[in-house]
Design a protein around this ligand. Structure first.
Ligand code: A1D88
Length: 656
């Protein structure tokens, strides 16, 4: 079967995951039969989809009418009606083997012989589930993350007998749903994301059970030291302590004592303190303030143990050919919002140090979970999971991408969509390197700067990592300088720079956009310098450079009020050069950059320099202008420009 052969998708189960998957499939244009065991369940799921589609439409995030999408979904109770015509059946019924077995028994009786079955299980074995069907080769895992409509990741998991064609077509289907599939090559408990996260949360709980750390220390370290989106216990409360506990029990049963649940976790489940959903877990959400995590209780021991746990799990996944390092990193970033992938994090920390941490802990405690995987030992000797000499092809960026979408255009994409493209120290350093790289490249004559995704160009400085770096004034000053310098490099670079702004352009994001030469924005974009709301000032050049673009009056208004402004207003203020339809932003910004790239490179360079030189000193600017004008007289570009003008042709400037 090919993607083109899929018209009808059946989704079994109309609960949280089931109705979310049905919604995603319908949004991608498929006819969807959503089935549950009674009218109430299926109607409930349908109502939730209706609510969600209307919300998306309200927020301009739906490309067609909500009703048009809803009409593609048929709520059903009868298994035959739901599945007889389905090309793909996605099963999302409760996570109990017996229930799933019954469902597959019923399904086999009505489904077409060539239909593919995909299970959304997050914990059961794909191979075991496939065995209860008569088509294990046309069966695989298709694991969505909650809520499916928002979360980009789909793990596509091979069972022992899944054939390549099945996996390929389910991967294509996930892509057609607008998701990012990551292949899991072997059926292994927890697949990728849960295999990293659940042992991490368990290790956190063991550290507290064994009185090696407090909850505050663990969460302060996880969130502010390691820069993960949440503290380990905060995450546990979010996921549900019963859910993590059951996944752990399953891992414990299949993989052995290294996955024994920590007493603290067990206790929470026994006391029904399951997290946010019960109002209390590790934190109290009803009678207390919820997860209030201190920024200043970070602990080296906690960091080393948590990273060592991730390193050991990654080693087991990579060493057993479940997934390569890049897939583990991609899946965990997409599925759990990690700013860096876990494999990259442990490589950066040093695998040999983490191996030592495990060995010492194993000796001290005798716990099996600290036994290092063989593959970890092997890679520690090689210096890391990633090949250490992989990057001699050029610079490898983590927080940005550099692409070449058109002749003479270098495109820098701010690539942290899971964190609203916020700007970290690393990003500042990489941006600076990328500007140098593009400036030195003879094949690049204009820079286009955008943010990944349609949510944000950039929501500014990464406030979380700023909070994590403590209250050191000297470090703060250095951070401000680093931003001023990186953005200043863009402003002063010899190439024309176009910022394509789609979504939020706030704080440091707006200070960055200010350093572009031209700004194009989508209608939905929002601008602002909200730093004063945080008790800060725009510290990456905003107090100086914004006034250069829009005048001091408007700059003061924007900075002092800390209000948000729509794109049209920012065009009126002279900040945005052009406002375009949301769908046209990418093409318009690229066209503009390509157009500038076709201009005379030397004259462009001199123009930028003259304007910058004259910003605070008109005489100096005029002097530079005169000298540049003189220099240009002797260029081939001038001859090319004049000849083309006289002959009514298009000039082809060489930059000579
Ligand atoms: C020198 C420079 C200084 C500065 O730049 S200071 C920072 C200035 N920027 C801001 O103050 C913007 C702060 N962010 C916001 O106001 C809102 O967010 C938005 C308007 C951008 C989006 O709102 P919504 O659509 O409701 O999304 P959401 O749930 O608030 O955010 C999604 C995720 O993105 C994280 N996030 C957003 N902005 C930042 C930031 N600036 N630093 C760190 N994280 C940020 C959130 O926390 C959350 O994360 P989770 O999904 O894990 O809860």
């Amino acid at each position: 079967m090919q993607l083109e052969d899929i018209n009808t998708v059946a989704v079994l189960g109309a609960g949280n995951m089931g109705h979310g998957i049905a919604e995603v499939a319908a949004m991608a244009g498929y006819d969807v039969n959503m089935r549950d065991i009674n009218d109430e369940f299926v109607q409930n799921g349908y109502d939730q989809i209706e609510w969600s589609l209307n919300k998306l439409a309200e927020n301009d995030q739906l490309s067609e009418e909500a009703d048009t999408v809803l009409e593609r979904i048929t709520p059903l109770v009868d298994m035959g009606e739901a599945c007889a015509d389905a090309d793909v059946v996605i099963e999302a019924v409760p996570e109990q083997m017996e229930i799933k077995k019954d469902v597959y028994g019923e399904l086999e009786e009505v489904a077409a012989d060539d239909a593919i079955f995909a299970t959304n299980t997050s914990s059961l074995s794909i191979t075991d589930l496939a065995e209860v069907t008569e088509r294990p080769e046309r069966f695989c895992g298709m694991h969505f993350f909650n809520p499916p409509v928002r979360m980009p990741l789909v793990e596509v998991i091979s069972g022992a007998e899944s054939d390549e064609e099945t996996l390929d077509v389910i991967e294509d289907l996930a892509e057609d749903f607008g998701k990012s599939p990551v292949r899991v090559h072997k059926d292994s408990p927890g697949f990728i994301v849960n295999r990293i996260l659940v042992p991490l949360m368990n290790e956190a709980a063991w550290l507290v059970s064994d009185e090696e750390a407090t909850i505050a220390e663990v969460d302060s370290t996880t969130k502010y030291g390691m820069g993960l989106p949440m503290g380990s216990f905060e995450l546990g409360d979010q996921v549900g302590n019963d859910v993590s506990y059951h996944v752990l029990e399953y891992m414990h049963e299949v993989l052995g004592d290294a996955y024994e649940p920590a007493p603290l976790l067990e206790e929470k489940v026994e006391n029904e303190e399951l997290g946010k959903k019960t109002g209390k877990g590790f934190y109290d959400y009803e009678d207390g303030p919820g997860a209030e995590i201190p920024t200043d209780e970070q602990s080296d021991l906690v960091e080393a143990r948590l990273l060592a746990t991730m390193a050991n799990e990654a080693a087991k996944l990579i060493g057993n050919d479940v997934a390569p390092p890049a897939s583990i990193d991609e899946a965990t970033q997409l599925g759990a919002g990690f700013p860096d992938g876990p494999v990259k994090m442990v490589d950066d920390y040093g695998l040999d140090d983490l191996l030592e941490t495990l060995e010492e802990a194993a000796e001290q405690t005798g716990y099996e979970r600290y036994e290092p995987a063989d593959y970890l030992e092997a890679r520690a000797a090689e210096g890391g999971f990633y090949d250490q000499d992989d990057d001699d092809e050029g610079v490898d960026f983590e927080t940005i991408r550099v692409e070449y979408p058109a002749e003479y255009v270098g495109h820098i994409v701010i690539d942290r969509p899971h964190r609203m493209n916020t700007i970290s120290d690393d990003l500042l350093a990489e941006l600076s390197t990328a500007i140098d790289q593009l400036s030195d490249d003879d094949e690049v004559r204009a820079i286009l700067l955008t943010g990944e995704g349609d949510k944000a160009f950039s929501a500014g400085a990464d406030v979380q990592s700023m909070a994590g770096s403590g209250a050191d004034p000297i470090e703060g000053q250095e951070l401000s300088r680093a931003g001023q310098q990186a953005f200043g490099k863009l402003e002063a670079c010899d190439l024309p720079v176009v910022a394509g702004i789609d979504g939020y352009c706030l704080g440091g994001g707006m200070e960055l956009a200010t350093c572009a030469d031209l700004r194009v924005a989508s209608e939905r974009s929002e601008f602002g310098q909200p730093e004063l709301n945080l008790g800060l000032i725009p510290g990456w050049g905003g107090t100086q450079r914004l006034a250069n673009v829009i005048g001091e009056g408007r700059a003061k208004e924007i900075i002092l009020t800390a209000e948000r402004y729509d794109a049209e207003t920012m065009a009126d203020y002279g900040f945005v050069n052009d406002v375009v339809d949301n769908d046209d932003l990418e093409d318009t910004a690229l066209e503009l950059a390509a157009d500038l790239a076709g201009g005379p490179p030397i004259a462009l360079k001199f123009t930028k320099r003259a304007m910058l030189a004259g910003r605070d000193d008109t005489d100096a600017g005029l002097e530079y202008e005169a000298s540049a004008f003189g220099h240009l007289m002797a260029t081939d570009d001038l001859m090319e420009g004049i000849t083309a003008f006289m002959g009514d042709g298009e000039p082809e400037f060489e930059g000579n």
